[in-house]
Design a protein around this ligand. Structure first.
Ligand SMILES: Cc1cc2nc3c(=O)[nH]c(=O)nc-3n(C[C@H](O)[C@H](O)[C@H](O)COP(=O)(O)OP(=O)(O)OC[C@H]3O[C@@H](n4cnc5c(N)ncnc54)[C@H](O)[C@@H]3O)c2cc1C
Ligand code: FES
Ligand code: FES
Length: 1266
């Protein structure tokens, strides 16, 4: 082995600047993300999940290998800084910005309204940047490449619209010269400063570190030599380093060996003569996709590689695939047999050979299954050998995922059958996701040999054998064994339909042979504007959009650290509710160098609550556990340390002992109802029919329908986690909390610290999303951080890692309802009785009763309804407001009752809703309903759906129409201050709302400019600040933008009134002249305005909407795709139509997540098992409607609205229940065919996931015929 040279520093280029990093300052656990944000202070690159699942941290890497320069996206949260030696890294700040020139990708995203909170935007831009630089891409390829970028705000449509303009096949194709520039950067002709010669990298090197060594090798020989001579030292090969995204990082080994550029492991040979493709073990997944695409097209015997290519395209996401390797994936499977590795499945299906080499260079060739049994110590996966298959083979693999992209399969399956005519010669049937041990359906494989497959009797026998030998395990949070078995058998049937000769399959069954095929998505946004009022009502993009897309927009975690900066992390209860804390031992944590303090309940100078009485809260929720654990993961205290990572690590070392819990925790409403524990059920309201006294039942009851309904929690999934930065001042504290409610943070801190509220200054520039989760809940973090800062007199930052955030912070209120309805033959309700139970967990500070009732009543005639609402106390975290709390659940509940009625009576659900609509009270709903019939082409599409369902047994379509009358309640107050500067007449506004992504600042600027008659560029909005806007309500309930604009108008009017006498004395002055004159005349040029429910003209009003959703189902897998959504939403005279369109799209897609992919699962102790991007799944870019159409009706001014507008942020999520209802309608057709004796309707029992749909399909393999 050539000796490796010792390097003491590593070098990398970030946006053209060379950085030299001393190995003493970093460890292999230091990620590129930490380095960029904390050492280089480039905070445009964000972070959230730290596991490759959200995309907020994406940067582009430029690397030269064998003289070939490549640019690719990586998740900076996964890459070790040591992997970056010699890399050129492009960050969001480096590619463009205000100081130089915005990069066209930054501009295109901003111009297409692709940002709301903006937290995802840098990652989006950098993913697109790398994609574009890697060569021309079609629209489909672009749309396919954002599976790893989560955006919780926009609903993706505008992001995709923006980026598809860069596609080679776009009508509007835009060429980006800046990226072309990057590509011309060649060896020896590099445009950027680089002290390293490219080929210098061919010499191995190592870094000697305090606890370990990091070695880089280029030749297999050297790698094996290191392994041979390393004795008993522990080691780890580092390829993409992405496995840490799945199972977390491991304890430090003695040696890290970077194998990413080992020639033998990263190259391939293809021989047509030998019919073999030999791939280096550390071929990246992206390279494999490209190679397989090429070879499969050019060589008949390798056509199957196109299936492999498609399958790999479903693994993880683009940045992970760019560096993640085949060997790395296989080793995850090796170390964790339960891992549903798609690579393992593929290799086993196609009988690939794994070549393992040991330190003596002995090679052994094994099957993937044999590989799992090997001792891999000091052995390396050298090659993967793929053999060719001639045309006698038929094959297909499947990965059935709970959302379209970027998540592991529920069940994976691979089938490879060799035929002689129709007779099977050999069979490979491989499944993943069944259990750690199960790989081949061996009995079925054996049975098939020599059998003519395309025969219904034979198929039944195969299914029976599969039924017998597939025994899925049951490990929460994985899906149920029954579902996985049914899915596994269904996939075999799907395969058979796929390969069967066309003449043996009935035409109705044929479409069962394919998976759902998603075309490139599209959308329509229709609205009218009144140019006369511009800039009011002008369709403009967010004022902060470019700051967001260029990484300039600062979030709380981006605020630079101060001298003596400290960080805090929660210690939480790892015990079930009702356990008693017996002892807390902090020694192990406090003994670590850099750990500064632990604070718990006894250290709180004031009240140990973040919901104090003085804040008006009815329930005083504990900041730190008082002794008896209220819920699993309740905060007990905080550890303070000199870095965030250390604080988090040390917090885990605090040893807490508990007594045994008194009882099993109540985790759901149903647990409480079953236990009949009435002390936990609190009656709220009983709504009784208006005609009380008389018999209120209708007289024409023909049918009685009874049922129940349950929908669960939803995590807010704000991309910026809960955080706070606290800086002690000479008289108190400066607080920078990620709160939607400054007043809550202020009162809570004042109460916890026992200091006057006036000593706490709260500043909020923006949030990276809130969705209700940061209304009262942020005070948990901000008071904890404030306590540490106050005690230590040092600045303290705290941001909760995603898992902690999900464990501690409550979620959407689950709703359980039971109902009984009597209806006549047309479905008109003669009586309705219902009980509605909302799960508050241990909380109770965020009431929803009135709005739950409002939307349960919706637009219907309630004269014969009697129902009661209850709050149920369970032993989970305090559930809390989540976008449109109560109204989402209420509307879904009643509309599902309407659909239940329709299915029971064999009526069209739309007709049932229409006959129950209160047309007198809600004529607008009827108007929109009629408009939708033509705009949404509803009658024709209904006919098409019927025809489709008649023609297809295993694909079904369904439609649901959901009307809405959403009550906007007015009970908030806000202050706004407007200051005009005399020098140039420019205007600064600060308001008591919070910019959470909803575009409040943009509306403020439009309204202010409109009122003053000045250009928008004259107005600037400052961060919210409690001294300027004290005692304000939370930002929420959809009403804040409007209400703040109301207060703004009041302030503007005060100023205009003061200026009036001066203006009248002047001859048509310009604004600047007027202001100057006012100033000279001692006119005060600052004024406040106030909004409250008591102000003139403030009234409640309804927001109307209607939504039609059409879906297609794969009845054999339970998967769906949303073919088309049409929404007509009444926004009055929109103040800012593009901003409002964004709200509708984003809210609707958040609803898609709630209803189809997001699920919170607890274990029996109350610990949340779905608290990572790996298992909690907000929708991605390919889960949105394929055709997403939105219309704001024209000429619907709101007589009681601010400037005739209406609120917009929350109502559209309510109508998204049309998605699960459309799925039910599609499945009704399948259920009817499967078993006529069973009801077509099945009730809600949590989200309508893939599992839920297939489990309710009434499929039975006896129906699986040709
Ligand atoms: C967000 C996300 C989603 C994912 N989704 C999926 C999915 O849906 N399906 C799926 O199958 N996988 C999925 N993965 C796993 C992904 O495919 C793997 O993380 C990746 O392939 C690992 O490759 P790597 O090069 O990064 O391995 P590394 O992390 O570098 O290494 C992993 C292990 O492999 C060992 N190793 C590496 N090379 C060799 C070698 N040549 N010989 C012997 N040992 C070696 C290392 O020592 C280490 O122990 C996902 C990962 C992430 C982060
Ligand atoms: S922070 Fe890196 S992908 Fe989420
Ligand atoms: S704009 Fe995408 S997460 Fe907020």
């Amino acid at each position: 082995m050539e000796s490796l040279s010792l390097l003491k520093r590593l070098k990398l280029h970030v946006s053209g600047v060379e950085y030299t990093v001393s190995t003493a300052d970093v460890t292999p656990d230091t990620t590129l993300n930490t380095y960029l944000r904390e050492k280089v202070h480039l905070t445009g690159t964000k972070r959230m999940c730290l596991e490759g699942g959200c995309g907020s941290c994406i940067v582009a890497v430029e690397e030269t290998i064998n003289d070939e320069r490549k640019i690719f996206a990586v998740n900076s949260c996964l890459v070790s800084i040591f992997s970056c030696h010699g890399w050129k890294i492009h960050t969001i700040e480096g590619i463009g910005g205000p100081a130089t020139k915005y990069h066209p990708i930054q501009t295109i995203l901003a111009d297409n309204n692709g940002t709301q909170c903006g937290f995802c935007s840098p990652g989006m831009v950098m993913n697109m940047y790398a994609l574009y630089a890697s060569g021309p891409k079609t629209q489909a390829e672009i749309e396919d490449s954002f599976g790893g970028n989560i955006c919780r705000c926009t609903g993706y449509r505008p992001i995709l619209t923006a980026f598809k303009k860069l596609a080679s096949d776009s009508d509007e194709a835009v060429t980006l010269e800046d990226i072309e520039d990057v590509k011309i950067c060649q060896k020896g002709n590099c445009t950027k400063v680089c002290n390293e010669k490219c080929d210098e990298k061919k010499n191995g090197y190592y870094f000697g570190l305090r606890e370990s060594k990091w070695m880089k090798v280029y030749h297999l020989k050297d790698l094996l030599e290191i392994l041979r001579t390393s004795g008993s030292a522990t080691y780890m090969l580092v390829a993409g380093n992405t496995a840490r995204g799945v199972y977390g990082s491991k304890p430090h080994p003695d040696i890290y060996i970077d194998v990413t550029n080992v020639d033998e492991l990263t190259s391939y040979t293809f021989s047509e003569v030998d019919d073999t493709l030999v791939l280096g073990g550390n071929f990246t997944l992206t390279n494999a996709i490209q190679l397989f695409s090429k070879i499969s097209k050019e060589n008949k015997n390798f056509a199957y590689l196109s299936d492999v290519e498609e399958h790999i395209n479903l693994i993880a996401n683009v940045p992970v695939r760019n560096i993640g390797t085949i060997a790395g994936n296989l080793m995850i499977k090796y170390n964790h047999n339960e891992f549903p590795s798609n690579i393992f499945l593929l290799l086993e299906t196609y009988n690939a050979v794994i070549v393992i080499v040991d330190v003596e260079e002995n090679e052994s060739m094994v099957s993937p299954q044999q590989f799992l049994q090997l001792n891999m110590a000091k052995r390396v996966i050298k090659h993967i050998i793929f053999n060719g298959y001639d045309s006698s083979y038929r094959f297909k693999t499947y990965k059935i995922m709970p959302r379209a992209q970027n998540t592991h399969g529920l069940v994976n399956a691979g089938f490879l059958l060799k035929f002689n005519g129709q007779t099977v010669v050999s069979a490979r049937i491989v499944y993943g996701g069944i259990s750690s041990e199960f790989v081949h359906a061996t009995k079925a494989e054996n049975f098939l040999k020599g059998i003519r497959l395309f025969d219904n009797n034979v198929l039944q026998s195969v299914y029976q054998i599969l039924d017998d030998e597939i025994r899925p395990d049951y490990v929460l949070p994985d899906s149920s064994p029954e579902f996985r078995k049914l899915l596994a058998i269904s996939l075999f049937y799907k395969f058979v339909l796929n390969i069967a000769p066309q003449d043996v399959v009935s035409s109705r069954n044929k479409s069962g042979g394919s998976i759902l095929d998603r075309p490139v998505s599209t959308g329509v946004q229709e609205f009218g504007t009144n140019k006369k009022n511009y800039p009011l009502g002008q369709p403009i993009i967010k004022v902060e959009a470019l700051a967001q897309t260029s990484g300039q927009a600062q979030y709380i975690a981006d605020i630079p650290d101060l001298p003596n900066q400290l960080f805090a992390a929660f210690v939480t209860a790892k015990a079930s509710a009702s356990s008693q804390i017996v002892s807390i031992n902090t020694a192990a944590a406090l003994n670590i160098k850099g750990v500064v303090a632990y604070f718990g309940k006894d250290d709180v100078p004031g009240e140990n609550t973040f919901t104090p009485r003085m804040g008006g809260f009815p329930v005083q929720e504990e900041l730190f556990c008082e002794g008896k654990v209220q819920y699993f993961d309740q905060p007990i205290g905080i550890i303070v340390a000199d870095s965030h990572d250390l604080a988090v690590k040390a917090a885990e070392l605090v040893e807490v002992k508990y007594s045994k819990p008194d009882r099993k925790p109540y985790l759901t409403i149903i647990d409480v109802l079953r236990a009949k524990d009435t002390s936990r059920i609190h009656h709220q309201t009983s709504v009784v029919p208006k005609s009380k006294g008389k018999c209120w039942f209708g007289t024409d009851t023909r049918h009685v329908i009874k049922g129940d309904f349950y929908i669960g929690m939803q995590y807010h999934f704000h991309m910026e986690v809960q955080c706070c930065n606290v800086v002690p001042t000479e008289d108190g504290l400066d607080l920078y909390p990620s709160t939607q409610w400054m007043d809550s943070a202020q009162t809570a801190c004042s109460s916890v610290l026992n200091i006057p509220m006036s000593r706490i200054n709260v500043h909020v520039r923006r949030l990276g999303g809130g969705f209700g989760g940061k209304i009262t809940r942020n005070a948990i973090v901000s008071t904890a951080a404030a306590l540490a800062a106050y005690k230590l007199k040092k600045p303290v930052k705290m941001w909760m890692p995603l898992e902690k955030n999900m464990n501690v912070i409550g979620k959407r209120y689950p709703l359980y309802a039971t109902y009984e309805v009597g209806v006549n033959a047309k479905g008109v309700i003669q009586y309705l009785k219902a009980d509605l139970y909302s799960d508050f967990g241990v909380g109770g500070n965020e009431p929803i009763d009135s709005v739950l009732i409002d939307l349960f009543e919706n637009c219907y005639d309630i004269s014969r309804w009697a129902f009661s609402t209850y709050v149920v106390a369970t032993d989970t975290h305090a559930n809390c407001y989540t976008r449109a709390p109560g109204t989402v659940e209420g509307l879904c509940c009643i509309d599902s009752i309407m659909e239940h009625i329709a299915h029971s009576l064999d009526l069209d659900a739309a007709d049932v809703k229409r006959v129950n609509t209160n047309e007198t009270k809600f004529p607008e709903v009827v108007r929109f309903w009629n408009d939708m019939q033509t705009w949404g082409d509803v009658p024709n599409r209904k006919k098409d759906i019927q025809a489709f369902n008649k023609a297809n047994r295993w694909k079904k379509r369904g439609m649901s129409i959901v009307p809405m009358a959403w009550t906007l309640e007015v009970n908030f107050n806000y202050t706004v201050m407007v200051s005009i500067f005399h020098g140039d007449g420019s205007v600064a506004v600060s308001h008591g709302g919070i910019e959470v992504g909803q575009g409040i600042n943009t509306k403020v600027i439009q309204v202010c400019a409109y009122r003053f008659g000045i250009p928008m560029t004259k107005v600037s909005v400052k961060p919210s600040y409690n001294v300027i806007a004290p005692n304000c309500s939370t930002t929420g309930g959809s009403a804040t933008s409007e209400s703040v604009c109301y207060a703004l108008l009041r302030a503007c009017d005060v100023l205009l009134e003061r200026m009036k006498p001066i203006r009248e004395k002047m001859k048509n002055p310009t604004w600047e002249e007027l202001i100057k004159k006012c100033f000279d005349s001692n006119i005060q040029l600052t004024a406040s305005g106030f909004y409250s429910e008591d102000e003139p003209g403030i009234k409640e009003y309804y927001i109307y909407g209607i939504c039609v959703t059409e879906v297609e189902l794969d009845v054999l897998t339970g998967q769906n795709q949303i073919l088309r959504v049409d929404i007509i939403e009444d926004v009055g005279d929109s103040m800012s139509p593009l901003i409002d369109i964004g709200q509708v799209e984003g809210a609707f897609v958040m609803g898609i997540g709630y209803y189809t992919t997001e699920e919170i699962i607890f274990d029996g102790q109350g610990e949340i098992l779905t608290n990572r991007t790996w298992n909690y799944r907000p929708p991605g870019a390919k889960d949105i409607p394929i055709n997403f159409r939105i219309k704001f009706p024209e000429n619907t001014p709101n007589p009681v609205g601010v400037l005739k507008s209406k609120a917009v942020a929350e109502p559209p999520i309510c109508i998204s229940c049309s998605v699960p209802l459309a799925i039910r309608n599609a499945l009704a057709s399948a259920r009817e065919e499967a078993d006529e004796s069973k009801p077509k309707w099945y009730s809600f029992n949590g989200p309508t996931t893939v599992e839920n749909t297939l489990s309710n399909s009434l499929n039975d393999y006896q129906q699986y015929v040709l």
